[in-house]
Write a protein that binds this ligand. Structure first.
Ligand SMILES: [Zn+2]
Ligand SMILES: [Zn+2]
Length: 366
């Protein structure tokens, strides 16, 4: 299906504008003209989870193949069905198209960390360049660029009520006869040993959760998205197309209901802690728990993320940098060839030192 794309151009020279995290405004890369983004006074609202689920039930979402024409070079190109902004693959001009999903992002966190800053954070995090495979180094030297995405997330608020059955463990001591070995001889001896007495307990705890965030994109794994937390959602701004100019942005591909299942897992950990605290004693067991979620609300938001991906030894390594805070996450790959070389060098040096130590006379040179 053909989608009309829009972009914004410089008042001074007509070149395409992009969002600049440094100036928090639109910026022209040709004449450096800045255009500030008018801050909307709209408040960031929470929406009813129940009502949205009901609405989605009656709305059958289908995948639409998107195609658009670049406003600058007039080339026609394909976009991912869930893509809302990309840069033209031929001339790099930003292209923003309409949403197709029933729920649209009403707010976002603008990029705060620039590509250059993200590069620096990434470099620091990777640590010693010496161990990094050379392909990864290309990201660190800037030869390969980090890619900026606005990825969709769900946030959930919920009041939970949890009933539980468990046991409180109390430690007590008993004196018992044991055979022990003293100076190689077996002896009978009275020793003090700890025991736990378990008493059944049951009760209920209440929790309030504010903005539990769950990634709604499959572009970056859940593990990576979770590791990018925390997101400071208190500084969300109302959605404005200008913030996504020049970045790839997506609509959600993980639904509101599936997202809530991930949110439940996150809430579960906090609820368990509270139950254990309430059970008290020396140790706690939770045998059964049942949580009810009340007044659940949600928001669909876009979060800024820098990503890098590279393949090495048939494995793909993914990295992401939180575009709001600069936090870096991913797996650190080490080049084994380089590590083995280092081990050999160290072994040679240590070997030499041992030799010197054992034959001090060789140092007694005139
Ligand atoms: Zn310009
Ligand atoms: Zn183009």
């Amino acid at each position: 299906m053909k989608f009309k794309s829009i972009n914004f151009t410089c008042k001074n020279c007509g070149a395409p504008l992009r969002f600049s995290p440094i100036s928090n405004s639109l910026s022209c890369e040709f004449c450096d003209t800045k255009e500030s983004i008018k801050e909307s006074k709209k408040e960031i609202k929470e929406y009813s989870f129940k009502e949205a689920l009901h609405l989605l039930e009656t709305h059958h979402e289908k995948t639409i193949e998107k195609e658009t024409t670049c406003t600058k070079c007039a080339a026609t190109f394909q976009m991912n069905p869930y893509s809302i902004s990309v840069n033209c693959p031929y001339c790099g001009t930003p292209a923003i198209v309409e949403f197709v999903k029933e729920i649209h992002p009403k707010s976002l966190l603008p990029f705060h960390v620039s590509q250059k800053q993200a590069q620096e954070f990434f470099k620091k995090w990777i640590g010693s360049l010496w161990f990094a495979p050379s392909k990864l180094k290309k990201f660190l030297t800037g030869e390969y660029k980090l890619k900026g995405y606005y990825l969709p997330h769900w946030t959930y608020d919920s009041e939970t009520h949890t009933q539980y059955h468990g046991e409180r463990g109390t430690v007590y001591y008993v004196n018992v006869e044991r055979t022990v070995v003293v100076n190689g001889r077996q002896e009978r001896k009275t020793v003090r040993e700890a025991r736990i007495r378990w008493t059944p307990v049951s009760g209920a705890v209440e929790n309030f959760f504010d903005d539990i965030t769950v990634g709604a994109s499959k572009t970056v794994s859940h593990t990576i998205l979770d590791n990018l937390e925390p997101w400071h959602t208190d500084v969300l701004v109302p959605f404005n197309k200008k913030y996504i100019l020049g970045f790839d942005s997506e609509e959600y591909t993980i639904g509101l209901d599936n997202g809530f299942e991930f949110a439940k897992l996150k809430m579960d950990g906090v609820i368990r802690q509270k139950i254990k605290h309430q059970i008290g004693g020396d140790q706690q067991r939770i045998n059964r728990m049942n949580t009810q979620y009340h007044n659940t609300t949600y928001k669909n938001v876009l979060f800024p993320i820098w990503t890098a991906e590279f393949k090495w030894n048939n494995k793909t390594y993914n990295y992401a940098i939180n575009g709001q805070t600069g936090k870096v996450t991913g797996e650190r790959p080490y080049s084994w060839l380089k590590i083995i070389t280092l081990i050999l060098i160290v072994a040679t040096v240590v070997g030499g030192a041992v030799y010197v130590d054992a034959h001090p006379d060789i140092l007694n040179l005139p």
